[in-house]
Design a protein around this ligand. Structure first.
Ligand code: SF4
Length: 289
């Protein structure tokens, strides 16, 4: 893993910040105290650590920073998501220095399609370039090469997609024929059937939503997920003859919704909230409007 703190240390010194709030994703929690110590020592600052789970750069601890009078948030693990903030945020992506193994080079030869779109997540940016090179060497055509998020909307067409990385969170953003080059298991897996199953589940949820009368509109307080047009959506639903109420939450979980009298929920926040179990039907805003 490559985590370069030099640029952040330089920036903190240049701006003369004295109070820093540090935020890391779950996978880096074991390192957070060490990172905070290093920043404090090298920049002679007061460091604080955000203890809330963080799933992306859409999820910044702005209120906590204000309470702690922090002058800057140092967000490690994700690239800038474009959230507008009053407090400055320094983003430090983390990269994995991995090489395409011999086994994976053999695996990609099994892919029959010629025109391919290739994808990965930010930490695997370097290996995505290596994959492109290897595909070109065996006569494939790379139509699109892109870093994606779990909420990206991908409409680029090709004969097949390849996602290279770790975990299935990101490849499920893709549609149609998709291969997953799993860097943890060091093997190629086709995900097309699973992706189709997810699409069928989505269609079933849409049907339930259409039949539902009482709708809870879920709005998240997370700065990069907050949906400003919640009132327009409420009116739209009421015009369709439904009863609608807006519910505001930070993290959206099934537990928080237990006991509420709604037939169905409309999620305006991170679309991947639906990867978790919910007792009542729940649908993403972008799937219906
Ligand atoms: S909205 Fe969800 S998928 Fe998108 S960056 Fe945030 S946590 Fe990741």
């Amino acid at each position: 893993m490559e985590l370069n703190l030099k640029s952040v240390i330089k920036k903190i010194k240049e701006e003369n910040y004295k109070r820093i709030l540090l935020q890391v994703p779950e996978g880096l929690k074991t390192e957070v105290v060490k990172i905070s110590d290093k920043l404090e020592k090298e920049t002679k600052t007061e460091g604080f650590i955000s203890g809330e789970p963080c799933y992306g750069a859409c999820d910044l601890p702005l209120e906590e920073a204000e309470l702690l009078k922090a002058e800057v948030i140092v967000h490690i693990g994700h690239a800038d998501f474009g959230v507008k903030t009053k407090i400055p945020v320094i983003y430090i992506p983390v990269y994995f220095n991995l090489k395409l193994s011999k086994e994976l080079k053999q695996e990609i030869k099994k892919i029959k399609e010629k025109k391919l779109c290739i994808y990965s997540s930010e930490p695997f940016r370097k290996i995505l370039c290596e994959l492109e090179k290897s595909l070109l060497e065996i006569g494939k055509e790379v139509v699109n090469k892109q870093i994606i998020l779990g909420c990206s909307e991908i409409n680029q067409k090709s004969e097949a997609n390849i996602f290279i990385g770790s975990g299935k969170f990101h490849p499920f953003t893709l549609k149609e024929k998709t291969y997953f080059l799993d860097l943890e298991k060091n093997k190629l897996e086709e995900l097309t059937r699973e992706i189709k199953k997810e699409e069928m589940k989505k269609q079933a949820r849409i049907l339930k939503f259409r039949e539902a009368k009482k709708i809870g509109i879920l709005v998240s307080t997370k700065p990069g997920q907050f949906y400003r047009d919640y009132e327009k959506i409420k009116k739209k639903l009421e015009n369709e003859g439904k009863e609608a109420k807006v519910l505001i939450l930070d993290e959206i979980t099934n537990e928080k919704l237990i006991g509420l009298d709604f037939d169905c929920y409309l999620n305006t926040a991170c679309p991947r909230v639906l990867d978790n179990h919910f007792d009542k039907p729940i649908i993403n805003l972008k799937d219906i409007y």
